[in-house]
Design a protein around this ligand. Structure first.
Ligand SMILES: C[S@@+](CC[C@H](N)C(=O)[O-])C[C@H]1O[C@@H](n2cnc3c(N)ncnc32)[C@H](O)[C@@H]1O
Length: 287
């Protein structure tokens, strides 16, 4: 993986993208429960492990998967109740199945090519029980059809870490041919000779396109919504109704693995602290 100041320094990552109230993990738990998810959970692109750790402390049996060894080392040190695995989301093989797979904060969009997406979904299919859930949260490609504000100018942010101010200048633009949102970020901090340049990119996925990839991969989309989520304004609150507009800058997905043999659906194992099936909200949010 290319050098990345944030993934190479997980403490700095958490300072730059704080989530003190564990909104992301609580959101994932909420939607998984609404759609009947069970307790064995795999968090793909788990990063610092903060979501995995919170979910494990709240009754899930969690495995976190990431490609960044610094992130995983940080996660292992802080969340001993979680198993962390170094693997690529496009090719992992853990030899077992889960009730829920989460993939949060645009980690899925590192699948930049169609083949990457297909491989990722195939791996998810191979690691979910029939009826298991894929819960994902990411940027919304459709947002840029109506709002290009994020593409204007350069955003400068500073974060203090170990007494040193790290300043980033971030510029985003769209590579239409590759259907990627590209980012150029420079970092500066006292004592560094010159700016550190970093480039990355996310796949821009449109909701109907994502639905198609999922359908072909054997998933039924249960909900696709632009909020509320952990990174929307207003942000997610427990049990909040889901917004169906799909014009916002975040895209949230809940999809269920179909039973390939067409047998009656096998429900995932019940969550140990779950409400009864009757109390679960049968929500379907179609675009
Ligand atoms: C934006 S971070 C999200 C981290 C975490 N989910 C969160 O919300 O805090 C994306 C993560 O995906 C990981 N990642 C990127 N490409 C990956 C790949 N091909 N396989 C597994 N992990 C990958 C990165 O190392 C990084 O930790």
């Amino acid at each position: 993986m290319a050098v990345n100041l944030l993934t190479d320094n997980p403490e700095l990552y958490e300072l730059r993208f704080p989530d003190p109230d564990h909104l992301a993990a609580r959101f994932a738990d909420d939607v998984a429960r609404r759609f009947g998810g069970g307790s064995r959970l795999l968090d793909i692109g788990c990063g610092t492990g903060r979501d995995a750790g919170h979910l494990a402390r709240n009754g899930y049996t969690v495995t976190g998967l990431d490609l960044s060894e610094p992130m995983l080392a940080h996660a292992r040190g802080r969340h001993p109740g979680v198993e962390f695995v170094n693997a690529d989301m496009r090719s992992f093989d853990l030899g077992r199945r889960f009730d829920v797979i989460t993939c949060l904060d645009s980690a899925l969009l590192y699948c930049q090519e169609n083949a990457d997406l297909t491989a990722f979904l195939s791996r998810c299919r191979g690691h979910l029980v029939p009826g298991g859930l894929l819960v994902a949260e990411m940027r919304n490609g459709a947002f840029f059809l109506g709002d290009t504000g994020l593409l204007e100018g350069t955003v400068t942010t500073s974060v203090l870490w170990k007494g040193v101010a790290y300043t980033s200048h971030t510029r985003l633009w769209i590579d239409h041919a590759a259907q990627l949102l590209r980012r150029h970020r420079t970092w500066e901090w006292p004592g560094r000779a010159g700016p550190l340049h970093q480039r990355s990119a996310w796949r821009l996925l449109f909701p109907r396109e994502l639905e198609y990839f999922l359908d072909v991969a054997g998933f039924e989309v249960l909900a696709l919504f632009d909020g509320p989520g952990p990174r929307t304004r207003p942000s997610w609150t427990p049990g909040a109704p889901l917004w169906p507009g799909l014009s916002g800058d975040r895209l949230h997905l809940v999809a269920r693995l179909r039973d390939p043999a067409g047998r009656p659906e096998v429900r995932p194992a019940d969550h140990p602290t779950d409400r009864s099936a009757d109390e679960r909200t049968p929500f379907r949010c179609t675009p």
